[in-house]
Design a protein around this ligand. Structure first.
Ligand code: FAD
Ligand code: DHB
Length: 385
């Protein structure tokens, strides 16, 4: 269920093991290939895409970054991933490009992937013969008999609510701010991402290509795009990214604007009968640590291994342990994302005391090697095994 990174990569990993699956997606191919989301891939995510033959374009068009900058109190400090983690790095390559590569691989292999399905319901999940009922793109009612159902249909999908409420526990925190995301036609303003703490709010400078840059600004979660005319956007970005080093942001034509709400969320367990949840269907992180897409990849790697052990060796233990195995990494990423978010954003109830605490934390992260290693290890991604 779902042709996001979780569903498409799971289907890809299973196909390579000779395990058949059908991917059902409510949106069109054009829509999923054009939706702007994450941009940072952990080393482990890059490795999986390369090892399974879908990393060729990423290696050509993506950008390897060996660190990030933290900017606060007008000064910029580099966190050197390569040096602090023993050679690990990240790849800046947009999520919708990963989607395009996975969709192409699936269609080239002639494997089933249905777009534009509607009225999806899950049946008999607690039995050995679960079913998915849906309407295909032509409007015909269909029923799919499954061994297992992978709920990879995102936070607003139907999989998680299909688990009876008494069988699941949900943990959640909604943040009193969102991110205003921009796509700008301009040359890169920086060689590595800049995460900026400022009393007017957080700002982030990322990139997409030599001609297109990705920028984010902390905003009110209820803000609408029309409240952010170009002049206001540039004024805020210049103010929040101000520094004493002579660096300036290069302005350009704004191609796209959008608001992202921010929450932390986990459901436990990530399984009910023959339904296994993966990715945003099971958990959400605020985007500050760039973990959402990478966690989805980590989940489906564990799930693909468990399903392979089941079909190849008749071993059920890995499937039984799926939720516990996945949740251990999920909670680590939840903590990291919450910590990065708390350290870098302005909160409504901010007091001068809280502001000073944030600056003390940033000062520590950029002066203590132990603390910098903690950030670097989490950002590049903990080993998958
Ligand atoms: P999704 O990518 O959400 O894919 C789920 C798919 O299931 C969708 O294509 C959906 O159409 C489909 N679907 C829904 N319901 C059904 C159904 N009933 N049947 C079949 N299919 C269904 N993370 C970052 O790290 N950095 C970011 O900057 C960032 N920005 C984001 C911006 C937005 C607006 C959002 C929503 C998320 C953002 N994320 C970001 C998070 C990251 O993109 C997600 O963690 C990642 O997409 C998770 O992948 P997924 O496959 O689990 O879910
Ligand atoms: C991007 C998104 C993030 O959430 C992040 O932490 C860094 C970069 C991006 O879209 O480029």
């Amino acid at each position: 269920m779902g042709a996001g990174p979780a569903g498409l990569l799971l289907a890809h990993l299973l196909r390579l093991e000779g395990i058949e699956s059908v991917v059902l997606e409510t949106r069109s191919r054009e829509e999923i290939e054009a939706t702007l989301r994450a941009g940072v891939l952990e080393q482990g995510t890059v490795n999986i895409l390369n090892e399974t033959g879908v990393g060729e374009r990423m290696m050509r068009e993506g950008f390897v970054h060996q660190g990030i900058y933290l900017r606060f109190a007008g000064a910029t400090h580099r966190i050197d991933f390569k040096e602090l983690t023993g050679g690990r790095s990240i790849m800046v390559y947009a999520q919708h490009e990963v989607i395009k590569d996975l969709v192409k691989a699936r269609l080239d292999a002639g494997a089933p992937l249905e777009f534009g399905v509607t009225d999806v319901t899950l049946q008999d999940l607690e039995t050995a013969a679960p079913k998915i009922r849906y309407r295909d793109a032509a409007g015909a009612l269909r029923e799919l008999a499954c061994d297992y159902v992978a709920g990879c249909d995102g936070f607003h999908g139907v999989s998680r609510p299909a688990i009876p409420s008494r069988k699941r526990t949900e943990y959640s925190r909604v943040y009193p701010f969102g991110w205003f995301g921009l796509l700008v036609e301009a040359p890169p303003a920086t060689d590595e991402l800049i995460y900026a703490h400022h009393e007017r709010g957080f700002a982030l400078v990322s990139t997409r290509s030599p001609k297109i840059q990705r920028l984010y600004l902390q905003c009110d979660p209820d803000d609408e795009v029309k409240q952010w005319p170009d002049a206001r956007i540039w004024e805020e970005l210049h103010a929040r990214l101000a520094n004493r080093e002579g660096w300036t942001l290069t302005e350009g034509r704004i191609l796209q604007k959008g608001v992202v709400a921010m929450r932390s969320f986990v459901v436990e367990p990530m399984q009910y009968g023959r339904l296994f949840l993966a990715g945003d269907a099971a958990h959400i992180v605020p985007p500050t640590g760039a973990k959402g897409l990478n966690l989805a990849v980590a989940d489906v790697r564990v799930l693909a291994q468990a399903l392979t052990a089941h079909y190849r060796e008749q071993r059920g233990d890995l499937l039984e342990q799926y939720s516990a195995t996945a949740l251990r990494r999920v909670w680590r990423a939840e903590h990291f994302s919450w910590w990065m978010t708390s350290m870098l954003h302005r909160f409504h109830d901010d007091t001068p005391f809280h502001h000073r605490l944030q600056l003390a934390e940033l000062d520590f992260v950029t002066s203590s090697r132990a603390k910098a290693i903690t950030l670097a290890e989490n950002y590049v991604g903990l080993p998958l095994d």
